[in-house]
Design a protein around this ligand. Structure first.
Ligand SMILES: [Zn+2]
Ligand SMILES: [Zn+2]
Length: 380
């Protein structure tokens, strides 16, 4: 007991420390939890004033207000229940802390950075009614004590939905902004995409407004041609919402985006993993070079349960299959082909001369052209 007190008094006689740093530095020696009150108690015992400049932290605990007010101002724009805090400090703080610890052989106590973060987090928690956690927080706060600034970043969100496309001449994907190639710049209003109409653009804009986020990245379950319709229950997609400020906003199940109709919309708590297998029901309108007869069309029955091989692609591609085939003659040189098949088969390559086997042009010995194809349904 006596030797403990001697060590504490030796430290405090040689160095001016604030209540916080005193509490932290002596905590292990006196076998108590590090706290401001512990520091205060011992400073009083030794008749030390707490008005002097702290050797380690230069009284940084008394001037947390500026950083805090920056954090409060910025975080007021975010919905969050949990946060994690990172701190940037001048190296000299840690150097002085380490020096003092090694001089008095103090081990196993939290360092000055940890001490400041703890105090700062306590105040943020209290004021914003949130909890500090390290694993998967809603908001990450990086406070920089070199210039009193802070950077806030929200955890991404994920949304699942399906879309129906009721108009032609609308591409699925938005081109990348030509000025910044997708990074985000003034020309594209930091969205990274071209200012053109597309399904991606329409969905992105909806979520950007809804969740007040910077950017939306969409993972499509298959794709279609710009002139194709998507009917039935629609094509599924997953959207990643980057840095959403308003993550708590209510998302209605459906949304009508003029020509594109969204359904089954829901927020997901975790990121969907990998690619999702799916099947599509597609109706293809085909023109032939030579006249075609109903008898000739019967050859298309071979396609039922056929495995599709694409020799232009990597061999590691998973095997794709056609399950059901239907056809109907439209005119002298045109017919409709209905397929129910695995997703990801290139429709045009299946119809027109290509490296895909089997191939409709080859099968009919008649050069076919894919005029349009519409998705009647997509099944996951
Ligand atoms: Zn201090
Ligand atoms: Zn740009």
């Amino acid at each position: 007991m006596k030797s403990q007190f001697t060590t504490v008094s030796k430290i405090l006689k040689n160095y001016d420390l604030c209540e916080y740093c005193t509490g932290r530095i002596i905590s292990k020696i006196v076998g108590k939890q590090s706290s401001k009150f512990l520091g205060k108690k011992y400073l009083k015992k030794l008749g030390k004033s707490d008005h002097k400049t702290c050797y380690i932290c230069k009284n940084i605990f008394g001037s947390l207000e500026l950083v805090l007010s920056n954090i409060f101002e910025k975080s007021s724009h975010f919905d969050f229940k949990t946060f994690h805090l990172g701190i940037t400090l001048k190296p000299s703080f840690l150097e002085r802390d380490d020096y003092l610890k090694s001089k008095f052989k103090i081990k196993g106590i939290e360092n000055i950075k940890f001490g400041i973060a703890k105090e700062l987090a306590k105040k943020i928690s209290r004021r914003t009614n949130s909890k500090r956690i390290t694993d998967d927080p809603d908001l990450f706060i990086q406070a920089n004590f070199k210039d009193e600034s802070c950077i806030l970043r929200a955890k991404p969100m994920f949304v699942y939905g399906r879309y129906n496309k009721k108009i032609r001449k609308l591409p699925q994907k938005q081109g990348l902004c030509r000025s910044c190639n997708g990074i985000g710049c003034h020309n594209c209003d930091f969205k990274g995409i071209e200012n053109l109409q597309s399904i991606e653009g329409k969905i992105s804009n909806l979520f950007i407004k809804k969740f007040d986020c910077n950017q939306v990245k969409i993972n499509w379950i298959g794709g279609e041609d710009q002139s194709s319709l998507v009917l039935g229950k629609g094509r599924p997609f997953f959207a990643k919402i980057l840095n959403p400020k308003r993550r708590n906003r209510i998302l209605r199940k459906t949304s009508d985006l003029e020509g594109v109709y969204l359904s089954e919309l829901q927020k997901l708590s975790i990121q969907p993993k990998g690619s999702i297998p799916f099947k599509s029901k597609v109706s293809i309108t085909i023109d032939t070079k030579k006249p075609i007869s109903s008898t000739q069309l019967k050859k298309l029955k071979i396609l039922e349960n056929a495995e599709i091989q694409d020799f232009s692609r990597d061999k590691r591609n998973t095997k794709k299959r056609i399950y059901k085939v239907g056809y109907k003659k439209l005119g002298k040189t045109s017919f409709i082909l209905d397929l129910f098949a695995d997703g990801g088969i290139s429709i045009k390559s299946l119809i027109q001369p290509s490296d895909v086997v089997p191939n409709v042009s080859e099968l009919l010995d008649n050069q076919c052209e894919c005029k349009k194809f519409d998705f009647k349904n997509i099944v996951v």
